[in-house]
Ligand binder design. Structure first.
Ligand code: CO
Ligand code: CO
Ligand code: CO
Length: 318
């Protein structure tokens, strides 16, 4: 958003100038508010589950900043001519269940009539102004922890095509429903340099943002990346979401692809819904933090890369 005019507000800690997962505004020397908004089209048939996933997805940006979410507001686009109003009730019930789990209060919102169901939330959280975790402070030598496996875009495409086994579907749903709260808590308690969450731009897209923002290069350990089972097989069959191609086209110029095969590349660029956190942590803390994150419930978390010293912001697949 660099084409927009600058705002010179001294209390603005994170704004449009250095786009991050959420905006951060200082209220006092002890307190800053964190704000973000996110909404998505229905990715699953069950409206209650969709409400829960959209909520976990919206909360994720606040966790990625190292902040604690407090309040939420609905954003609903609803096709009232073609869909029964009970669907909206179910979406909201799902959202409320997830918000309750996250100890966040729903305080309002806004709905419009639209051709397609869309739902999400505007979330407000709090953080100490000096403890904000951005995506632009990764340091050379840091290890990168990815907390959830990749594959939600490809598997949701397979689901729409009716090709997903019940077992894989259950795993996919469980992962999209899982909050990033515990991983974030572990990260905040240990202290890390940078974090972002993996969503629509895929692992590579969000890694690129971290590299650019931090002025570093990043190596991705391709054989260490956690991937949901069957994702690679569906990629091979061509069940690839539209967004993957856009992500790849946009970022290919920054990426040294090496000998990585095309199916794995599709997974690395696959747009994620309610994906995990990507945490840049000093090397001496990496193993301990990884263990804590796994014990807290993200059992497939892995050290997925490292920050290296290179003159240009680049992503190197090794
Ligand atoms: Co984000
Ligand atoms: Co977002
Ligand atoms: Co209104």
């Amino acid at each position: 958003m660099s084409c927009l005019p600058c705002q010179n507000d001294p209390n603005l800690i994170v704004g449009l100038e250095r786009a991050d997962d959420a905006g951060v505004y200082k209220l006092s020397s002890e307190l800053a508010i964190v704000q973000t908004v996110d909404f998505i089209t229905a990715i699953v048939d069950d409206p209650y589950t969709f409400g829960m996933i959209a909520t976990a997805n919206s909360l994720s940006d606040v966790y990625a900043m190292g902040a604690k979410p407090l309040t939420a507001m609905n954003i609903i686009a609803f096709p009232s001519d073609t869909m029964d109003i009970s669907v909206m009730t179910q979406v909201l019930r799902g959202a409320l269940a997830k918000l309750k789990e996250a100890k966040v209060s729903l305080i309002g919102g806004h709905s419009i009539k639209d051709k397609e169901l869309k739902y999400g939330l505007c979330i407000t959280g709090i953080v100490h102004p000096e403890k904000v975790i951005t995506k632009s402070a990764a340091k050379v030598g840091d290890k990168l922890i990815l907390t959830k496996p990749l594959g939600t875009g490809i598997l949701n495409t397979a689901l729409k095509a009716g090709l997903l086994k019940a077992e894989t579907n259950a795993r996919l749903t469980e992962q999209m429903l899982r909050l990033n709260d515990k991983a974030a808590e572990a990260m905040v308690s240990m202290g890390v340099n940078a974090c972002t969450d993996i969503t629509g731009f895929g692992l590579i897209g969000h890694t690129c943002e971290m590299a650019e923002g931090s002025g570093v290069a990043i190596e991705i350990f391709c054989d260490k990346i956690p991937i949901i089972p069957e994702t690679l097989e569906f990629a091979r069959m061509g069940l690839i979401p539209e967004g993957m191609h856009a992500n790849r086209e946009f970022r290919a110029c920054m990426v040294e692809e090496g000998k990585v095969d095309n199916d794995l590349l599709s997974v690395l660029y696959d747009p994620q819904t309610s994906g995990g956190l990507l945490i840049s942590v000093p090397p001496d803390k990496a193993e301990t933090l990884l263990t804590r994150i796994r014990q807290a419930g993200d059992e497939e978390a892995a050290i997925a890369g490292q920050v290296i010293n290179k003159p240009k912001s680049q992503i190197i697949l090794v």
